[in-house]
Design a protein around this ligand. Sequence first.
Ligand code: FPP
Length: 250
Amino acid sequence: MSESLSGQREISVPRHIAIIMDGNGRWAEAQGKPRVVGHRAGVRSVREVVRLCRESGVDALTLFAFSSENWRRPEREVALLMRLFITVLRREVKMLQKNNVRLKVIGDITMFEPKLQQRIQEAEARTADCTGLALNVAANYGGRWDIAQACRQAARKVQRGDCSVAAIDEAMLQGLMSLSELPEVDLLIRTGGEQRISNFLLWQCAYSELFFSDVLWPDFGDDAFAEAIEAFSSRQRRFGQTGAQVSQTG
Ligand code: FPP
């Protein structure tokens, strides 16, 4: 946090924001509607937050769309969510291209039906050359899955004789984790009033600031976003140092 010449506090914008978009079901149920109505309304908030990130100069946005645990939901809700993902990918890809947004899906997508896998690959390919906001959608993703897949890759390197066991360190694993090409997550937002990480980006959030909002995801817009950025901006990020050390180095 710093003061500008005019005496106004400058807002520091996170380079990478991750969001657990919670509360769709409750939003719909509160109106006596099926839960899928909440998921559809949640897509509007996704569009809004992509716009807000672009306008604020955020480099990367990572959204938790479907966790590896979400398969436990009622079969009908899972099927409707899959259909929604297919529709959204087809419908939004032009808008992403137009706005220079690069889409990437992280997670084990081999579990999805072939049509959805194909849509994901098409959307990624069509936006691959975009140089603006990096939009990552976590689908069939789990933080523990991510760490395990990185370890498997490291083990294969050892098996092939490319490196020794002793060479497996944090830097190597970091390079093998999802999103390794991006800055680490600065700010993790969870909407919907719960305060937990739910096996999201466990490795990548090691030093993230956490912001929990009571707003249900379909209601997340300008005000809630501004509140999260303001809260982030007022935090002192110490990365293990003391407050005095951080103040000295600015
Ligand atoms: C959590 O709310 C939300 C989900 C599991 C689905 C999120 C999906 C979207 C917003 C739609 C599309 C997104 C993309 C990026 C394609 P919940 O159902 O757990 O809500 P509850 O806690 O109120 O039950």
